[in-house]
Design a protein around this ligand. Structure first.
Ligand code: SF4
Length: 456
């Protein structure tokens, strides 16, 4: 009989997340939003794989964004080294042709992004699904790439020329690479650092001329205030990067480039503004370091935080919040209340399904069940323990994903299983609801029911 693979079981990190030596925008804002999430995502799981952190969940939108970035970068570099100042120049068409055209570049970049996920155990069960969905997005990705590329303007000199006569040689995280002052020109994916502050970040595009210095970040998602904060941090890091920018030039233009249009962000105009932002980052960095020193970093349970949390299947506080309150712990089958926090979501769902009887009455939900009786190889009758839709304590049918069939025979009555993003269908004519795993559903066996502790 096949063992249940480690990735299908609830794990706690063997060691807790270490705060990186150099803080970054994504680490800071993630840890501020929920320290527990950062602790779980950046902890170590040597029995799952040999990389750091919990394996990332492959998201179509995020992967599409990576492909867009790769293609834009490739085209931009080729056009720049071909001496084009913009896509409008005649020779740009020939350069694009030589590259094989947009579609070929997108297919190549899609392969590169998928190859990058080889070895990610969270990818194994969805590889085909993700791969075919990504390939079906070529037209959409092409459209985004064309929009971004059409907006690009290159400075005449694109090869880095030191701004100072004496080049600064410095270590870099790329072996064999050196960090030197950036010259006039257009530079892509530049790692900026302020060693004193202990921060770093990667700016998508840095365009330097005699009079101007612009930082542009490409965004494939919706506009957000977070992005403004991010690009202002890049402006600070650029101004204080003694290696790339020893003369301390300030960015004169900050741009967020979305598919829908470009947005100019207010620059840091003087030292006073820079110092204020640096002080803010220092305070916030210290708070995050302290929060992550706790053996049980705080779990900020909220619908907004948890809905998109990649590690919510590991977070006992989250499941506690959508499960019955201890005082409400029901006799089997008795009605109970879910936690107040999520009851609104449940009420909305109920209102919707009641008012629309023609609907299939199906919705995605996260559900924890206790298996009771096997019906078929992959179908069980179970007791619902936590859900935002089904009453905890009520009975339901659960259908495991086909991919789990090889080890689902290991499951026994009494096993607790967590499903995230499962499809829940409630029959209109009565009968048991059906919890069904689909391609995006993750299923985890959790038999450590007595322990609600974060640490191992
Ligand atoms: S599920 Fe919610 S509370 Fe738990 S780690 Fe994720 S964001 Fe934090």
């Amino acid at each position: 009989m096949k063992e249940v693979p480690a990735i299908w079981t609830v794990r706690r990190p063997r060691t807790l997340a270490q705060v990186p030596e150099s803080m970054s925008f994504h680490f800071l804002t993630g840890a501020e939003q929920c320290p527990r999430s950062t602790a779980l995502r950046h902890g170590n799981y040597p029995d799952l794989w040999n990389k750091n952190g919990y394996p990332r969940k492959p998201h179509l939108a995020a992967l599409s964004g990576q492909i867009v970035h790769l293609v834009v970068r490739k085209i931009a570099l080729e056009l720049a080294s071909g001496g084009c100042a913009s896509l409008q120049e005649a020779k740009a068409v020939q350069i694009l042709k030589n590259l094989g055209g947009y579609t070929k570049l997108i297919v190549q970049s899609t392969d590169a992004v998928l190859n990058n996920l080889v070895g990610n155990p969270r990818m194994e069960s969805v590889r085909e699904h993700i791969s075919s969905r990504l390939r079906a997005r070529v037209a959409q990705i092409r459209e985004q790439v064309q929009v971004f590329v059409a907006r690009l303007r290159w400075q005449k000199k694109t090869i880095a020329v030191p701004l100072l006569d004496t080049p600064v040689m410095a270590s870099s995280n790329v072996p064999g690479n050196t960090r030197k002052p950036l010259g006039f020109g257009t530079h892509f994916e530049v790692e900026l650092r302020d060693e004193q502050l202990g921060w770093k970040g990667i700016a998508d595009l840095l365009s330097i001329s005699e009079d101007d210095c612009a930082i542009t970040d490409f965004k494939t998602g919706e506009r957000s205030e977070r992005h403004e904060f991010q690009v202002r941090i890049y402006a600070l890091l650029w101004a204080r990067d003694n290696e790339l920018n020893p003369s301390g030039r300030r960015a004169t233009r900050l741009v967020l480039s979305y598919s829908q249009g470009e947005h100019d962000i207010a620059c840091l105009d003087d030292v006073r503004e820079e110092n204020a932002l640096a002080a803010d980052l220092r305070t916030r960095t210290a708070a995050v370091r302290q929060a992550l020193q706790s053996p049980e970093p705080k779990a900020n349970v909220s619908e907004e935080n948890c809905r998109t949390c990649e590690v919510r299947h590991l977070c006992n506080e989250y499941w506690g919040a959508i499960g019955p309150k201890p005082v409400d712990r029901p006799e089997r089958g008795a009605p109970v209340r879910t936690a107040q926090l999520f009851s609104e979501r449940r009420d909305q769902w109920l209102a919707k399904t009641v008012s629309n009887t023609a609907s299939k009455q199906a919705l995605f939900d996260d559900i924890e069940v206790i298996l009771q009786q096997r019906r078929t190889d992959i179908t069980w009758e179970a007791e619902c323990w936590a859900s935002t839709i089904l009453q905890p304590g009520s009975r339901t049918l659960v259908r495991m994903p086909t991919i789990a069939a090889s080890f689902a025979e290991q499951f026994q009555a009494g096993d607790r299983i967590r499903f995230t993003d499962a499809l829940v269908a409630v029959p209109e004519q009565g009968g048991l609801p059906l919890v069904q795993a689909i391609a995006s559903t993750e299923l985890l066996l959790w038999n450590n029911a007595g322990s609600n502790s974060f640490s191992t």
